[in-house]
Design a protein around this ligand. Structure first.
Ligand code: NDP
Length: 453
């Protein structure tokens, strides 16, 4: 069978068995189509049914989570953990608490995580989990009770050598703290089963910064190869959560000016450059909205999402040299990519997971806009989680600079691995193909080595 038919047959299989999972299908389509050239030159993968095995999670756990809200009423949610692949190590990937969470989204995130983790060069498999719970507007006590209820089931399925969850959208240090406390109480173990912990009780310095910093380090390598840098460049960063804030921090350290950020209500344009201390205070301490930033900062303007043109995300109409989608999946459409291109954008670097739609990706690649794909560019977060696991296992902790240096080296290595693989297969400008092939090859080879399980 040709590699193309093998890929198409596998995608048909997904449509048949996961017919209501369009986001997972989108992600699988991207990966499988990219690895076709490898499958063409190496028939071993088809011989060992690697694709059919790889697109099916090793284990999917779905459970009920019940907690009591502040009014004394029982609230019920879905909890999930998708343990997709343990070919390279214990399942590793974040937990997302957001009302949009469902099995489709978590399968996409866990699938993406397999190849991202493979690219880090560390021994970690791929998983993801979460709940359709919205922490926004909840009291601390409600968040705590929810996290404890969630962990009362999840604790049965995780462990430092089996599955090590971390944070994602809606899960930061506060939620990790409550979940770690519950895990410890249930299991009587103080170990490295969760990452993203606070520094004073087993966390790693620079973990909080790692995804954002890592995305910028990766982009720096890409720009360097083209004789470009960040100095005096205008940047737009979507989102205003963990990834966005530390992307902005590193961009500013490297001399760039970030003029726009967003949240799910709209975006803020600040022509003088985002005041990061103010943004951190609003988002990390006060837990307010970007509209509150505009209200407090002279010259900043808030644009509500109700005013976005249909089919677009308003923030991408802001002219910039470099764009960093750092909010969520499918936040950058074909129209958005065209707007960015028209306004002279030279680089799109993905801090979020799968922020660009498939047609936007195609347009970006065809128009030779520099493209740093998520599974390579944002791998710094999970890599530093693995560094946290190493510190926990050795009962030690490294300084901020030590961790940052290791992260920087990991991102440079991921860039080389990605770009060398792209060149090996004749796709010099296509780091997406490079990342997918390099990530896939290592996992697929391990699956063959480990037999049919
Ligand atoms: P946070 O919860 O800290 O922040 C998410 C941000 O994105 C918030 O500002 C949120 O706004 C915004 N957002 C979420 N959904 C939408 C939407 N539909 N439209 C517009 N804005 C939206 O999450 P993180 O920063 O941790 O994660 C951001 C992305 O990065 C996700 O795709 C995640 O999977 C990915 N990622 C995260 C890693 C990490 O280490 N944290 C590692 C690798 C990838 P609002 O407050 O209004 O919801």
């Amino acid at each position: 069978m040709s590699a193309k038919s093998y890929v198409n047959d596998t995608l048909e299989l997904i449509k048949k068995y996961s017919s209501r999972q369009p986001i997972f299908l989108q992600c699988a389509t991207e990966v499988l189509k990219s690895v076709t050239p490898l499958l063409e030159v190496n028939k071993t993968y088809e011989k060992h049914s690697v694709l059919e095995r790889l697109v099916m999670p090793e284990r999917t756990i779905i459970f009920r989570v019940v907690y009591i809200d502040d009014k004394g009423k029982a609230q019920t949610h879905f909890g999930y953990r998708v343990q997709f692949s343990s070919a390279l190590g214990p399942y590793k990937g974040g937990l997302r608490f957001h009302p949009s969470v469902n099995l489709d989204i978590l399968k996409f995130l866990a699938f993406e995580q397999i190849f991202k983790n493979s690219l880090t060069g560390l021994y970690i498999g791929g998983g993801k989990g979460g709940a359709n719970f919205d922490p926004k507007g909840k009291s601390d006590a409600e968040i705590m009770r929810f996290c404890q209820a969630f962990m009362s089931e999840l604790s049965k399925h995780i462990g430092y050598s089996t599955d090590v969850p971390a944070g994602d959208i809606g899960v930061g240090a506060r939620e990790i703290g409550y979940m770690f406390g519950a895990y410890k109480k249930i299991t009587s173990k103080f170990d490295g089963t969760l990452t993203g912990k606070k520094i004073t009780w087993g966390g790693s310095l620079a973990r909080k910064e790692a995804t954002g910093y890592g995305t910028v380090y990766f982009s720096e390598e890409l720009l360097r190869e083209k004789g470009m840098d960040f100095h005096n460049r205008i940047c737009v960063v979507s989102g205003s959560g963990n990834v966005a804030i530390y992307t902005i921090e590193k961009l500013q350290q490297l001399g760039a000016k970030v003029v726009a950020v967003s949240d799910s209500d709209g975006y803020v344009y600040d022509k003088d450059g985002i005041d990061l201390a103010l943004l951190k205070d609003i988002k990390e301490n006060l837990r307010l909205r970007v509209s509150d930033y505009a209200a407090r900062k002279k010259g900043a303007v808030f644009v509500s999402k109700v005013n976005y043109e249909k089919g677009t995300n308003g923030i991408w109409s802001v002219p910039c040299d470099y764009a960093f989608p750092s909010a969520t999946q499918n936040e950058l459409s074909l129209e958005d990519a065209k707007n960015l291109h028209k306004n002279g954008c030279k680089l799109i670097a993905e801090g979020a997971n799968m922020p660009c739609t498939l047609d936007a990706q195609k347009y970006i690649l065809e128009n030779k806009i520099l493209y740093a794909p998520a599974k390579a560019a944002n791998a710094g977060g999970v890599a530093t989680s693995a560094l946290e696991m190493q510190q926990n296992a050795n009962m030690t902790s490294w300084t901020f600079d030590e961790v940052d240096e290791k992260l920087h080296k990991i991102m440079k290595d991921i860039y080389l691995r990605t770009s060398d693989t792209a060149k090996e297969f004749g796709f010099e400008h296509n780091l997406l193909a490079g990342a997918n092939i390099a990530g896939f090859r290592k996992v697929a080879d391990a699956m063959i080595d480990q037999g049919y399980i």
